[in-house]
Design a protein around this ligand. Structure first.
Ligand code: 2AM
Length: 183
């Protein structure tokens, strides 16, 4: 019998003001003619851990690991003062918004969430840079220089476990669980 699997990832959510400001950055990139495949505004998030396909019967262990990790962390802030590209602005494959400098508390959050998940057998790419992906492209166009979001720093006070569904119109993310940071 085939085991049912869910495609899961862990993320930090944006508040509505920041979401709108990220959409305004997209407007500026569009106005400058950058050819992106744009992420739907409601899908904006900071990825913490991408789990991929998870057997149904293991979802409970994932929830329990995240609940435990979140309870040991304290809320912190992430400034959104940069617009950037991976791998670089001249060969922009991913356009993002996020902090101009690394945020140690975010790296620590990723480590705290991924550690117990790795103990369950999941593997992760090593990077843990806070970024909201706005668009993907073929890497042939330089990312134009545009103003970053005009919003206060994001207060990170919870982790969200998402299930991702591949739809004809693009990815749809559904909240499975949320874990507040702190005891
Ligand atoms: P990114 O866009 O922030 O880089 C949900 O698919 C999220 O998981 C994506 O937003 C993506 O983060 C992240 N992710 C990391 N590794 C992935 C992978 N191998 N396949 C799909 N998504 C991945």
């Amino acid at each position: 019998m085939q085991v049912a699997r869910r495609r899961l990832f862990v993320a930090v959510d944006l508040d509505d003001a920041l979401r709108a400001e990220c959409a305004a950055v997209v407007d500026r990139l569009r106005a400058n003619g950058w050819p992106g495949r744009w992420v739907a505004t409601e899908n904006y998030h900071l990825t913490v851990a991408f789990l991929g396909g998870v057997d149904d019967e293991r979802v409970g262990a994932v929830q329990s690991a995240l609940n435990d990790a979140a309870s040991r962390l304290a809320p912190f802030e992430v400034p959104f003062d940069a617009v950037g590209a991976f791998p670089n602005a001249r060969k922009a494959r991913v356009a993002w918004v996020g902090p101009a400098a690394p945020v140690p508390a975010f790296t620590a959050l990723c480590g705290a969430a991924r550690g117990p998940l790795a103990a369950l057998g999941f593997t992760f790419e090593p990077h843990a840079d806070a970024h909201v992906t706005l668009a993907r492209s073929d890497g042939r166009a330089t990312l134009p220089t545009v103003e970053p979001p005009n919003a206060p720093p994001l207060r990170v006070d919870a982790l969200t476990l998402y299930q991702s569904f591949a739809e004809r119109t693009g990815a749809r993310y559904v909240v499975l669980d949320r874990f507040a940071l702190g005891p």
